[in-house]
Design a protein around this ligand. Structure first.
Ligand code: HSE
Length: 310
């Protein structure tokens, strides 16, 4: 058994416009890194968190990485002492699946360090518990794509049923993170508890259309299906300039897009890198007009999820 391991896990786009809590995909960057080390000192100890401006708890019971490592060790009946270092490479409250990337890096790392006793399917519930700690809800549309890579559908939560979806080879994602913060908990609290049947009909038509489009590499169908009549109208008010920013990307040829996860990041999908770059520039410009600084990320779909990097 090796003494230490370093793992990278990627950012993710949850919801993918019409699939609230059931669809997500992974990108290549940004992502978080976690180092785990075997220790003679009993228990799980977080010895370093870098890049969070001192905001994340170092108490392992209150930290998404810490708690998922503790639960993993309990599950396999191990009393091994573990030291954790967490390197945050993306902002908190960004809609980029920041807590999921850390948690997935942690559960993947501990499983590898302990000789791989559990499958990725078996690791998922540990990562979902991290999500519950981060925002009060154990949804899987960030953690599942961060863990499995690619596009993922959460067909059912009870029992948990995760379906890995294909995606067209040429698909590019442009992400823009405006420098404002939206907490997932708040963005969930403003959502309606009940929805109109007519809206539901439109929404599940689009979810089915998007999934068909991914299977058939049908860009026109993907584009037509990237519509959200339930969540976006409510949440977009939290993001200044949302409609201008999104429309600027569509005007230069992006297929469609919307809020990434619970925001404030916005994503669009494109058929090639050139359009993805143009979309980034167009969106950047709109946020800058409003005086909002931002970061952009351009990436193909990440088919792998977490990787051992040291
Ligand atoms: N599906 C989740 C939401 C993703 O939109 O609230 C954010 O964690």
């Amino acid at each position: 058994m090796s003494q230490s391991i370093k793992v990278f896990a990627p950012a993710t786009v949850a919801n993918v416009v019409c699939g609230f809590d059931v669809l997500g995909f992974a990108v290549h960057s940004p992502g978080d890194e976690v180092v785990l080390r075997l220790s003679d000192k009993p228990g799980v100890n977080i010895i370093k968190i870098d890049g969070d401006e001192g905001r994340l708890p170092t108490n392992p019971e209150k930290n998404t990485v810490g708690i998922s490592v503790i639960k993993f060790l309990e599950k396999i009946g191990s009393t091994q002492g573990i030291e954790i270092e967490l390197y945050k490479k993306m902002p908190l409250g960004s809609g980029l699946g920041s807590s999921s990337a850390s948690t997935v890096a942690g559960v993947f790392a501990i499983n590898e360090l302990m000789g791989g006793p559990l499958s990725k399917e078996e690791l998922l519930p540990f990562a979902m518990e991290g999500e519950r700690l981060a925002c009060g809800s154990a949804h899987a549309d960030n953690v599942a794509p961060a863990l499995f890579g690619g596009f993922v559908l959460v067909r059912s939560y009870n029992p948990l049923d995760i379906i890995k979806l294909p995606s067209p080879k040429g698909l590019y994602c442009t992400l823009i993170h405006p420098h404002i913060e939206v907490q997932t908990k708040d963005a969930r609290n403003i959502l309606p508890k009940q929805i109109d049947l007519q809206d539901a009909v439109e929404q599940w038509g689009n979810v089915a259309g998007l999934i068909s489009g991914l299977y058939q590499s049908d860009y026109s169908l993907i584009s037509r299906s990237l519509k959200d009549v339930i969540v976006e109208p409510v949440r977009s008010v939290l993001i200044p300039g949302f409609h201008q920013v999104k429309n600027a990307a569509l005007d230069v040829g992006a297929l469609g897009g919307g809020i990434s996860g619970s925001g404030p990041s916005i994503f669009v999908l494109s058929t090639n890198e050139d359009i993805a770059n143009k979309a980034a520039k167009a969106m950047e410009k709109e946020f800058l007009k409003l005086g909002i600084g931002n970061d952009t990320y351009i990436s193909q779909i990440n088919p792998k999820g977490p990787v051992v990097i040291g």
